[in-house]
Ligand binder design. Structure first.
Ligand code: NAD
Ligand code: TYD
Length: 353
C-alpha cells in the first residue's frame, strides 16, 4: 500500500481517515502516499483537512475530481501509480435520497463502477480495492437479532439501495476479474467534521442555538452508534489484514433509541453550556412527521472482525459523545461556515425551523 487513492476524502469519514493514517503513520506502519479525490459536493469541505498538506508535504495531495468521470479516474490511476483504493465517496444522506435520488444512483453506483473499471484495467487487476459501505443495505431489524455478514440484502431507501448496488458490483468484480477487494458494512458514525444534516451534529448545533430538535415519528427507532475514529481503525485493519474477497461488519455494540440520543445531548449541553435562565434543552424536542420507509432498528454483529482481526471499538457512547460535543463547541468557525452554505437553508425549510 504505497500509493493509496482515497475517494471522498473531504467528507466526514474520509477526512477523519486521512488524518488518522497520516498522523498515526509510525504506530500503524503506514509509510505511503495518499491521493484524495473529491468532487466537493455540499458535503465535501477542504477545511476538514486543514494543515494536512503542509504537515505531510510529499505524502498527501488533493485532486478535485468526480468519480463519475471515467477519463479523469483513469488518468489519476496512471499518474499517481495507484496500488490501493479506499472508496468513501458517496451521496450519504437518507433524507436527501428520498427527495433527490438521481445523484445517489449516479455517484454511488456509476461512480463505484468507474473506479472498479480503472482498477481492472490498471496493474493487471491487482489494485487492492476497499469499499466502504453501510449496515443499511441489510434493511430493518425488529426488536431482536443482529445483522451478520450473511444477512440478506433488503435496502429500504434510495440511499441504501444504491449502496447495495455498489456492494454487489464490488463483489462481482472480485469474483469475475479477480480484483483483490474487501468490503466493510458499518453502522451509524458520529464525531468531528460530520455535516450537520445527520442526527447527532444537527441536534448539537440546534440545541446550542436554542432551535427546535426535530425527532422523526415517536423517536423509538434504534441505531448502533460508532465513534468515527473507531471506524477508521477498522477500515485500516481490514485493508491491511482482511481476507481478500470478504465482507466485514463493523458496529459499536451501542444500540440507542433516537430519543435517548437526543436527550443525552440535551443533558450534556445543559451542563457544558447552560441556556439563558438554565432552561432545560429537552424542552426544544419536537416530534415531527416520520421519514417514509424509516428503518426501525439497526444492530450489527461484528464478531467476525473482532475474532479475525482483533478490532473492537475503543470509545463508548459516553466518551465519544462528550468528545464530539466538545469538538462542535470548540470549532464554531467551522460550524458557522458550514451552516452558512445553501444546503443548510434547504434543511431548515424542510422542517420549517
Ligand atoms: P459525506 O457525505 O460526509 O462525504 C461524502 C464525500 O464524498 C464528500 O466529501 C463529497 O464531496 C464526496 N463526493 C460525493 N460525490 C462525489 C463524486 N461524484 N465524486 C467525488 N467525490 C464525491 O459521507 P460520510 O458520512 O463521510 O460517508 C462516507 C462513506 O461511508 C459513504 O460511502 C457512506 O455510505 C459510508 N458510511 C457512512 C456512515 C455514516 O454514519 N456516516 C456509516 C456507514 C458507512
Ligand atoms: P441519520 O443521522 O440521518 O442517519 P441514518 O438515517 O442513516 O440512520 O438519522 C439517524 C436516525 O435519526 C434515523 O432514525 C432518523 C433520525 N433522525 C431524526 O429523528 N431527526 C433528524 O432530524 C434526523 C436528521 C434524523
Amino acid at each position: 500500500m504505497n500509493n493509496i487513492l482515497v475517494t471522498g476524502g473531504c467528507g466526514f469519514i474520509g477526512s477523519n481517515f486521512i488524518r488518522y493514517l497520516l498522523s498515526s503513520s509510525d504506530s500503524i506502519g503506514f509509510t505511503g502516499k495518499i491521493v484524495n479525490i473529491d468532487r466537493l459536493t455540499y458535503a465535501g469541505n477542504p477545511e476538514n483537512l486543514n494543515g494536512i498538506e503542509k504537515n505531510f508535504s510529499g505524502r498527501y495531495c488533493f485532486v478535485k475530481a468526480d468519480i463519475c468521470d471515467p477519463q479523469i479516474v483513469n488518468k489519476i490511476f496512471k499518474k499517481y501509480k495507484i496500488d490501493t483504493v479506499c472508496h468513501f465517496a458517496a451521496e450519504s444522506h437518507v433524507d436527501r435520497s428520498i427527495v433527490k435520488p438521481d445523484a445517489f444512483v449516479k455517484t454511488n453506483i456509476i461512480g463505484t463502477f468507474n473506479l472498479l473499471e480503472a482498477a481492472r484495467l490498471y496493474r493487471d487487476s491487482q489494485v487492492l480495492f476497499h469499499h466502504v459501505s453501510t449496515d443499511e443495505v441489510y434493511g430493518s431489524l425488529g426488536t431482536d437479532g443482529y445483522f451478520t455478514e450473511n444477512s440478506p440484502y433488503r435496502p429500504s431507501s434510495p440511499y441504501s439501495a444504491s449502496k447495495a448496488g455498489s456492494d454487489h458490483l464490488v463483489g462481482a468484480y472480485s469474483k469475475t476479474y479477480g480484483i483483490p477487494v474487501t468490503i466493510s458494512n458499518c453502522s451509524n458514525n458520529y464525531g468531528p467534521y460530520q455535516f450537520p444534516e445527520k442526527l447527532i451534529p444537527l441536534m448539537i448545533l440546534n440545541a446550542l442555538e436554542g432551535k427546535p430538535l426535530p425527532v422523526y415519528g415517536d423517536g423509538k427507532n434504534v441505531r448502533d452508534w460508532l465513534y468515527v475514529k473507531d471506524h477508521c481503525k477498522a477500515v485500516w485493519e481490514i485493508m491491511k489484514r482482511g481476507k481478500r474477497g470478504q465482507t466485514y461488519n463493523v458496529g459499536g455494540r451501542c444500540e440507542m433509541q433516537n430519543i435517548d440520543v437526543v436527550k443525552t445531548i440535551c443533558d450534556l449541553l445543559d451542563t457544558m453550556v447552560p441556556m439563558p435562565g438554565s432552561l432545560p434543552r429537552k424542552n426544544l424536542i419536537s416530534f415531527v412527521k416520520d421519514r417514509p420507509g424509516h428503518d426501525q432498528r439497526y444492530a450489527v454483529d461484528f464478531s467476525k472482525i473482532e475474532k479475525d482481526l482483533g478490532w473492537t471499538p475503543d470509545e463508548s457512547f459516553e466518551t465519544g459523545i462528550k468528545k464530539t460535543i466538545k469538538w462542535y463547541i470548540d470549532n464554531k468557525g467551522w460550524t458557522d461556515r458550514v451552516k452558512s452554505g445553501e444546503y443548510m437553508s434547504w434543511i431548515d425549510k424542510q422542517y420549517n425551523l
